[in-house]
Ligand binder design. Structure first.
Ligand code: SF4
Length: 925
């Protein structure tokens, strides 16, 4: 069987053909020049090392039944057989001699480093009993699940809904919620899905070709687009690898991006390059005229004049003054964007959106260009994410819960797009609540989040966090403060469904434990996945099913029933049955495709790992909707309601589906922002960042630190356990422009002290022309540390001492990375001694008052390190960090909003509760 037959259009042929995947033979490259044949079972799975969910093919040795390597899965519709360095490095993670192999329970004080091995049964019984007690006592909001690396397409929501708790917390507000809010306010969809391959012009506000969002699947298609003639512009203060491949590098001063985008919008409007027919048909301009220009005639011509007036100030010269970018270049790029009408692909995710106060307006401003060029949902344009992402449904869906957890969605941020996750320790310290059982899942807030010492404080306090269970494949700076450390599998050791909006198709893929799948292919049977993983490494799917049964053994709490088999009523659900039902019933076209191969749907996914549901998904907003005669049409928006529920919008006399916004149109004007306390931001706009030049005191030597990029081989916490990746990238010096370095008398390699609002860190300088003047930059994902031996990977962590110092804490490296003895001979060959510097620890929290996103950029003073400073030092003043939190808290404009709501009903939120729960309870007198 050929790859072309299973994935039409694939040009790749130099892969093992699928009909040989049961017995693939090749020579062992390590035995060269001898010809030693190895025989493999090839089993597909999904990479777990970033969100892109590329396909992997595990080579399971038929002799030893061990995985010998991972390569790309040519049948995966997004990655098409290609991977970045992090995909094949999965082999390091699963054979890592430093990994956690068995469940552990602390045997001394929390954080004291004493552990005992326990059985999974004991873990389940003890945690299950504690959760049951909390539920029986009505303390549902004291149980929280906090996810770092997501996965589990809808599975975890189902678990938490079955438990009836508002207990989902995520990492999103230190990642992407700012850009998400900007997109959601336009269209109701919170992510973009650019069709790079067919674009005529591509504008990236991130580093997609090296490390951006969905970067391998996107990078392939950006290059395809370029090869077909598209032009590429990159807005980035850093000459990233992506910027180096661009036709236009726009090195904007951080935080000025929206000003440049609005100047481009002004060029489109002034020079007649905007598609005004499209704007008239699809935007809610009538609402704008009714609410903002009430005295004027509500014509489209008046609206266009008003829009030009709104953006009159955004001249290329103003954009230059804010950004430092040549105004002629801004105009040139704007004209090319206009010329790409209908095929303008763009993307912003982290970068400028996540770095700056008001970063969500960067996404609003970028989407304005997409709308003005009529590129929403077109071939070569930018679609809403949901059109390209598959989500499963289940045989039975637990009802929405009726809880509202103020630790997650507090009243100060009624529009926060996700949970205010990084403020959890601050809220707990303020007495806003306590946690009885707290799960962290592949999440390392002590190291990843700003203000990590606040997390240490809270995690050590058993009065605030009663029980902490860390579900993690590796040791982390957070797991050491757990009561239970529960080893969970990497890619190739667990089940998941994965689907992402990587291009203009829709696909589903299947992560699976490859050794279990290989052995089952040979006829063996297993009860649990940990029977085939290294040690007793487990997977979450089975863990949550088992735990739910322990919480509710007799079914009295109404929880157990959701974890019963759809095939064997009353009996416990197995992981095999869970996926079998979804693949048999909830993936359009899969059963038929499987039947053509003579396979059951689950067997098809086990064998091939991925399925293309649809290709060329476009223009979903223009699909006709049939409505009954009783439908009601809103005269201002054209929205059509049936029985009080919006079903579509009337465009040119026809009812079509539109967008899931209040007007069902693209909301150029946001009545939501107007009504919820932000009228000045109701149009796509420009908010001066907290690190705007005017906010920096040049006399004090203040500069801007950009900490939001990463080296392309890094994976937050998990690259530390991949020896290939640690070898490639193990230091994160401070990028500093040659002019700034000259002014400060600094040379490459000099030790710098970088002073933030709450402390400082000490790192070496890298003097370069590749960063904008006045800006310094430092890659995150490095600077891992361990307090004690056995509690951190020696491939990547420095041994440190953490001790009280002045009014805070000083973290000091006592030993760098070096060779060590283990079962892997490579560990004795480590040649590097540097593991980088942990900068995030010295950052205070900066919650954006609208999106709730942590605004990562820092105001810093950079100077030569004084005598006594050591490389890797991090000092944090924890009292000052609480003060900075309160300063930013004061910027928020609390709810409730119109109608006494805690949050607009139309803005979605994770683990959405019942509608009644959105109503704010009366405040006590
Ligand atoms: S881009 Fe790299 S790390 Fe991300 S899923 Fe693909 S192979 Fe894995």
């Amino acid at each position: 069987m050929t790859i072309e037959r299973l994935l039409p259009g694939s040009a790749l042929q130099s892969y093992p053909p699928p009909d040989l995947w049961d017995d693939w033979r090749e020579y062992d490259v390590k035995a060269w020049p001898r010809r030693v044949e190895r025989r493999y079972l090839l089993v597909p799975t999904i990479c777990f090392n970033c969100e892109a969910a590329c396909g992997l093919l595990a080579f399971v040795d038929r002799e030893t039944m061990r995985v010998r390597k991972f390569e790309g899965n040519p049948l995966h519709p997004a990655s098409r057989g290609r991977n970045c360095a992090k995909g094949p490095a999965t082999i390091n993670q699963i054979h890592d001699p430093e990994r956690i192999l068995y469940p552990l329970k602390r045997a001394g004080a929390r954080g004291a480093g004493r552990w005992q091995r326990v059985s999974w049964d004991q873990v389940l019984d003890e945690i299950g009993a504690r959760i049951r007690k909390a539920f029986q006592e009505g303390r549902r909001n004291e149980v929280m699940y906090h996810v770092g690396r997501p996965g589990h397409e809808r599975a975890m929501d189902r678990v938490l809904k079955a438990w009836g708790i508002d207990g989902h917390n995520s990492h999103t507000n230190v990642c992407s919620s700012s850009a998400r809010l900007g997109y959601a306010l336009w269209s109701g969809y919170d992510r973009p899905s650019p069709d790079h391959a067919r674009a005529r012009f591509i504008l990236l506000l991130s580093a997609h070709l090296e490390a951006g969002h969905y970067f391998n699947p996107h990078a392939q298609r950006i290059i395809e687009g370029k090869l077909a003639g598209a032009k590429l512009a990159v807005m980035d203060p850093r000459l990233s690898n992506t910027a180096s491949m661009a036709d236009f590098w726009l090195p904007t001063y951080p935080g000025s991006e929206a000003a440049v985008l609005l100047a481009m919008a002004k060029v489109l409007l002034d020079e007649g390059l905007a598609d005004l027919d499209y704007v008239e048909r699809w935007t809610n301009w009538r609402e704008y005229m009714a609410h903002r220009r009430a005295g004027e005639e509500p014509t489209f011509a008046a609206f266009v004049a008003a829009l030009k007036d709104e953006y009159r100030a955004f001249t290329p010269e103003l954009a230059q003054a804010e950004s430092g970018v040549d105004p002629h270049r801004i105009v040139e790029v704007a004209r090319l964007i206009g010329a790409a009408r209908g095929a303008f692909a763009s993307h912003v995710w982290r970068g400028s959106a996540s770095g700056n106060l008001g970063g969500w307006q960067v996404a609003r401003a970028l989407q304005l260009l997409t709308v003005l060029t009529a590129s929403v949902g077109t071939p070569g344009g930018t679609s809403p994410s949901a059109w390209n992402k598959y989500k499963p449904f289940f045989w039975e869906e637990p009802p929405a819960h009726a809880q509202w957890n103020d630790l997650l969605f507090p009243r100060e941020w009624p529009l926060s797009h996700y949970e205010m996750s990084f403020l959890l320790p601050h809220f707990l310290k303020e007495g806003r609540g306590t946690l009885d059982v707290y799960f962290t899942r592949v999440y390392n807030p002590v190291w990843t989040n700003p203000d990590g010492m606040m997390w240490v404080d809270v995690l050590k306090d058993e009065a605030l966090v009663g029980l902490h269970a860390a579900l993690t494949p590796t040791w982390s700076e957070t797991a050491i403060f757990a009561d239970y450390v529960l080893p969970m599998g990497h890619a190739g050791e667990r089940h998941d469904i994965q689907s992402q909006e990587t291009h203009s198709g829709k696909w589903v893929s299947f992560r699976q434990p490859v050794v279990r799948a290989a052995r089952e292919r040979l006829g063996e049977t297993f009860r649990f996945t940990y029977e085939t993983n290294p040690g007793e490494v487990w997977e979450e799917d089975e863990f949550w099913i088992e735990l739910s049964w322990r919480i509710d053994p007799d079914g009295a709490l109404g929880i157990r029933r959701w974890f019963e088999s759809p095939y064997r009523p009353g009996e416990k659900l197995t992981v095999e049955e869970y996926y079998r039902w979804i693949f048999e019933n909830a993936v359009p076209g899969l059963p038929e495709a499987a039947a053509r191969e003579g396979l059951a749907p689950l067997d098809y996914m086990r064998r091939y790992g991925a399925f293309l549901i649809e290709s060329d998904v476009h223009e979903r907003h223009a699909q006709p909707v049939h409505v009954p005669a009783a439908a009601v049409r809103d005269p201002e928006t054209g929205r059509v309601d049936v029985e009080g529920r919006p079903v579509g919008v009337e465009i040119d006399g026809e009812v079509v589906s539109g967008f899931p916004t209040p007007s069902r149109r693209l909301e150029l004007y946001s009545r939501t922002l107007e009504e919820w306390g932000w009228p000045e931001e109701a149009l796509p706009g420009y908010i001066r960042s907290h690190v705007h030049r005017d906010a920096l005191d040049a006399a004090k030597g203040e500069m801007l630190l950009l900490p939001t990029f990463r080296l392309p081989t890094l994976i937050h916490t998990r690259s530390g356990n991949a020896k290939y990746l640690s070898e490639i990238s193990h230091r994160n010096p401070v990028w500093i422009h040659t002019g700034d370095a000259r002014r400060l008398g600094i040379a490459t390699g000099d030790l710098l002290r970088v002073t933030t609002e709450i402390g400082h860190f000490v790192n070496r300088a890298w003097v370069t022309e590749s960063i904008a003047p006045g800006v310094v930059a430092c890659s995150h994902h490095l600077g891992r540390w361990r307090l004690r031996e056995g509690e951190g990977s020696r491939w990547s962590t420095a041994a440190v001492r953490l001790a009280p110092h002045d009014s805070g804490w000083l973290l000091r490296q006592v030993q760098g990375v070096g060779p060590f003895r283990s079962g892997d001979p490579d560990s004795s060959r480590i040649f590097w001694s540097d593991g980088g510097v942990h900068q995030n620890l010295a950052f205070p929290v900066h919650p954006d008052p609208v999106s709730g996103m942590h605004c990562w950029h820092q105001k810093v003073v950079v100077a030569r390190a004084p005598v006594g400073d050591h490389y890797g030092d991090v000092y944090v003043d924890t009292k000052r960090s609480m003060d900075v939190y309160r300063e930013w808290l004061a910027r928020a404009r609390p709810g409730p909003g119109p109608g006494g709501l805690r949050r607009p009903l139309w803005l979605d939120r994770p683990l959405r509760p019942t509608e009644a729960t959105f109503l704010s309870p009366p405040r006590p007198l």
